[in-house]
Ligand binder design. Structure first.
Ligand SMILES: Nc1nc2c(ncn2[C@@H]2O[C@H](COP(=O)(O)OP(=O)(O)OP(=O)(O)O)[C@@H](O)[C@H]2O)c(=O)[nH]1
Ligand SMILES: [Mg+2]
Length: 299
């Protein structure tokens, strides 16, 4: 039962973080939460699903929705990624549009802004990565954004934690009166096996070049949680036989690195010993097949 009086002035709402790939959406959500729950890499299209993160205190709960980068779908996986963005927008109370201060406004940025124009929700524009440019560039880009239809423009650095207090302050104004929708003790509603899968995928994004990260999906087949340890068995799905030796690396060095780094990262999250067992499997053209995507957890 919700204590009506306790929550009379409580605010709770959904904030969708939207932008093109690689602008720092996941870095921003993690920085606002003060915990790493979304994976990050220097490569575009790292995030493939929408990931909820909860920031709760005695007066408000902000449900952030980290989303995949907005892109023109080239195959079924992209279409699924776009669906996650649309779904996040449909449940949002506020949109935080984020872009890279160095490159704004690219044609791509303008395309995302055009798409957002059609959505009748309050929108804040965030210029990220201000740690990489002079103040004069920031001022110029703020002016460019002020002429558009955003309800506010904020320069930030998600990586260096700059101006995030002001962003939170701006966000809070748009939260509707509502009791918390999620357990205030929790950071996310996703299970640990999802995070394990994402951590392995992050290692793949960080350690392989070219098509490999994009041709790879990770599925945790078995997650056994003991008091003092976790045993995880995961499949790394690739598209072609020729990719297997690349994933393995000479003498299996690369896959060993992926395993050890992933074990460390999962341990950091659960504070238990982690034993990870990785298997490489091949499913030709899985990115284009809705059955395979479904099987891999992309709804
Ligand atoms: N210098 C600098 N780099 C940043 C900042 N924010 C993010 N980055 C870097 O930008 C790259 C992409 O960051 P992500 O958070 O993965 O970007 P994203 O928008 O979630 O990317 P996708 O999930 O692929 O759409 C990473 O290398 C980050 O370290 C920032 O404020 N300053
Ligand atoms: Mg991301």
């Amino acid at each position: 039962m919700i204590d009506v009086e306790k929550y009379a002035n409580y605010r709770c709402g959904f904030v969708a973080i939207i932008g093109k790939p690689n602008v720092g959406k996941s870095t921003l959500m993690n920085a606002l939460l003060g915990e790493k729950i979304s994976i990050i890499s220097p490569k575009p299209q790292t995030t493939r699903q929408s990931i909820k993160g909860f920031l709760s205190d005695d007066s408000r709960q902000i449900v952030f929705l980290d989303t995949p980068g907005y892109l023109k779908p080239r195959y079924e996986l992209h279409q699924k990624m776009l669906n996650y963005i649309k779904e996040s927008l449909s449940s949002a109370d506020l949109i935080v549009y984020i872009t890279d201060v160095r490159t704004y406004p690219t044609d791509y940025d303008l395309e995302v802004c055009e798409m957002l124009k059609k959505i009748r929700l309050p929108k804040l524009a965030v210029l990220n990565k201000i740690d990489t440019v002079d103040k004069i560039v920031v001022t110029d880009k703020i002016q460019k954004l002020e002429g558009t239809n955003f309800d506010g423009v904020l320069p930030i650095s998600a990586l260096k934690n700059k101006n995030l207090d002001n962003l939170l302050f701006a966000i809070e104004k748009y939260l509707p009166l509502s009791p918390p929708m999620y357990d205030p003790e929790e950071l996310s509603d996703l299970p640990m096996r999802f995070f394990a899968q994402e951590i392995i995928r992050e290692q793949i994004f960080l350690n392989y070049a070219d098509e490999i990260p994009y041709s790879t999906a990770v599925v945790v087949e078995k997650y056994t949680d003991y008091d003092n340890k976790a045993e995880i068995r995961a499949n790394i799905w690739i598209e072609r036989k020729s990719q297997k030796p690349i994933i393995l690396g000479a003498g299996g060095q690369m896959i060993k690195k992926i395993r050890i780094n992933s074990e460390k990262e999962i341990h950091r999250m659960i504070q238990k010993r982690v034993k990870l067992d990785l298997w490489i499997k091949i499913k030709p053209g899985w990115r284009k097949k809705s059955g395979a995507l479904h099987e891999f957890g992309y709804r």
